[in-house]
Design a protein around this ligand. Structure first.
Ligand code: NAP
Length: 484
């Protein structure tokens, strides 16, 4: 395969929160990898901005250490790292004060793309937008990148959208959801809309149900304080899983263009049914030899926030009426895995008799680990002995199928930041999508809060509470095994 890396236009990228965890772990190492690949132009510049005192040299040293820690060894080239660090500078800026802003405005070059990444807590988004405007940096060509959480509920999301809209048009606002930047997620669209094979079957007549699982093995760790105010529903379902569901369920957009895709996603969210309380199972992990319980992690013995949730929902439209979507996500589960499984219906009749009933076809889109797509099909068991059926996977692991080039698949953050520079919003959430997602989520959360429901406990290393298994069993279905 020939490398298709096309350099983006020259840019000045300001990372507010440039000294923070996200910048160190994801954004800056990702930018280095894009530099290494040749996608970042020679005259790209990255400006770290945060409250603490640093000079350029200290900031570069910090980023050098981050590259050392978070970039694969075989991608750490000394001369390239040095050339990348040359493009970095630092400025002390207080989002809530006036310090540093004038100097920052003076640093921005004319005639290049201006992008501002808000990698700070959401309470600072408004202050930063306000000051970018006040200091003349919110011009018509500039872009802002906003991190999750985008609101805590519908009301706060609306307020945040309104604040940003005071100074930036919607086409300048990039609400990042890194799930949309994953290679497989985009491949989901390529598989659906680039082949004749799947789309005719992609409906309630042929699909029995859909399962989306995002399982983590880690607990809430050091994020306990934040997490306990949020929980799995707000942290995972309202954003990442909702986006995955939209991409599976949406109608074919007329083009792979930002508003065409986002219009279709929005229609899906609006068509989502309210969820019956009996179709929601929430859980909290217990203690084991490897770690404390959820209560201890969040230091709140009376917490009713869920570290696990499973739910069943339906989409009320012509394509999907009657096909359930089962969503499940949790912490401290058996394996770290994210996948979407499209489980087709059984063939209507078996010509091979009752003994040799074919199993349903399943299309699995694996986000992690080993990104890839797998289709389970029925074939004849080889050899003599009559017609015995066996299931085999038609497996497409990107690394195997595409060779060494696939090793260089950009991480979600890298790809999305390059999309910001290119001015392509297709893989970013629009404000109305985010609000519609909250409008669906809020009543569910209010419901269990008003009822005073307590999450069920589950063993670390399991697939969640027993009741979550029952959620599918009672419909005569079963979850796919949580395995790496
Ligand atoms: P963090 O480690 O706490 O870093 C916060 C950054 O904000 C620091 O660089 C800090 O600078 C800066 N900051 C704080 N107050 C400031 C002020 N008044 N003026 C200017 N800068 C200020 O947080 P993070 O984990 O990187 O998260 C950043 C954002 O990304 C949050 O919205 C978070 O929810 C979101 N996010 C994070 C992750 C992740 O994996 N970390 C994942 C998804 C989303 P000083 O240290 O100099 O004060």
């Amino acid at each position: 395969m020939v490398s298709r890396v096309i350099p983006v236009d020259p840019f000045d990228l300001v990372i507010f929160g440039g000294t923070g965890d996200l910048a160190r772990r994801k954004i800056l190492p990702g930018l280095y990898r894009r530099f290494l690949s040749g996608q970042m132009p020679e005259d790209a510049r990255i400006i770290g901005a945060a409250r603490s005192d640093h000079d350029d040299t200290e900031f570069r040293a910090m980023v050098g250490n981050a590259i050392n820690e978070f970039v694969d060894r075989d991608k750490q080239e000394k001369a390239t790292i040095a050339a990348f660090l040359e493009r970095l500078s630092y400025i002390k800026v207080d989002a809530r004060g006036e310090e540093g802003w004038k100097e920052l405005a003076g640093k921005m070059r004319k005639g290049v793309v201006h992008a501002f990444y808000f990698s700070v807590g959401p309470s600072l988004f408004g202050d930063i937008a306000e000051r970018l405007h006040a200091y003349g940096m919110a011009d018509a060509e500039s872009r802002i990148v906003v991190e999750k959480p985008f609101g805590h509920d519908l009301k706060t999301a609306q307020a945040l959208n309104a604040t940003l809209a005071k100074h930036f048009d919607e086409h300048q606002i990039y609400r990042i959801d890194h799930y949309l930047g994953k290679e497989t997620v985009q491949n989901l669209m390529a598989v659906r809309f680039g082949n004749m094979l799947f789309e005719p079957l992609w409906n309630a007549q042929n699909v029995d149900h859909i399962q989306i699982t995002v399982a983590e093995t880690v607990g809430v760790g050091g994020r306990g304080g934040y997490y306990d105010k949020s929980g799995a529903m707000r942290d995972m379902v309202q954003n990442h899983m909702m986006q995955l569901l939209c991409l599976i369920a949406m109608e074919p957009p007329y083009a792979f263009e930002p508003d065409a895709v986002r219009d279709e996603k929005l229609k899906v969210i609006r068509a989502l049914d309210p969820v019956d309380p009996d179709d929601i199972v929430r859980g909290q992990y217990c203690e084991d030899e490897d770690g404390p319980s959820y209560f201890d992690d969040v230091e709140n013995p009376d917490s009713r926030t869920e570290s696990f949730i499973a739910l069943k929902t339906h989409i009320s439209n012509w394509r999907w009426k009657g096909t359930p979507f089962y969503l499940r996500t949790g912490k401290r589960m058996r394996a770290r895995t994210s996948e979407i499984a499209i489980v087709f219906k059984d063939p209507p009749h078996s010509i091979f008799g009752e003994q040799e009933r074919q199993k349903a076809n399943v299309l699995v889109i694996r986000l992690q680990p080993n990104e890839g797509i797998n289709l389970r099909v029925t074939i004849k068991e080889p050899g003599p002995g009559g017609m015995r059926l066996v299931e085999v996977p038609l497996d497409m692991s990107f690394k195997e199928a595409l060779g060494p080039e696939a090793e260089d698949i950009p991480d979600a953050y890298e790809r999305l930041i390059m999309d910001v520079i290119r001015g392509n919003q297709t893989l970013f959430m629009r404000g109305d999508e985010v609000e519609a997602a909250w409008a669906w989520t809020d009543p569910l959360i209010d419901g269990w809060t008003d009822r005073g429901d307590r999450p069920k406990s589950y063993d670390p290393g399991s697939s969640g509470p027993e009741d979550a298994l029952m959620l599918m069993h009672k419909d005569g279905r079963r979850w796919r095994e949580v395995k790496a």
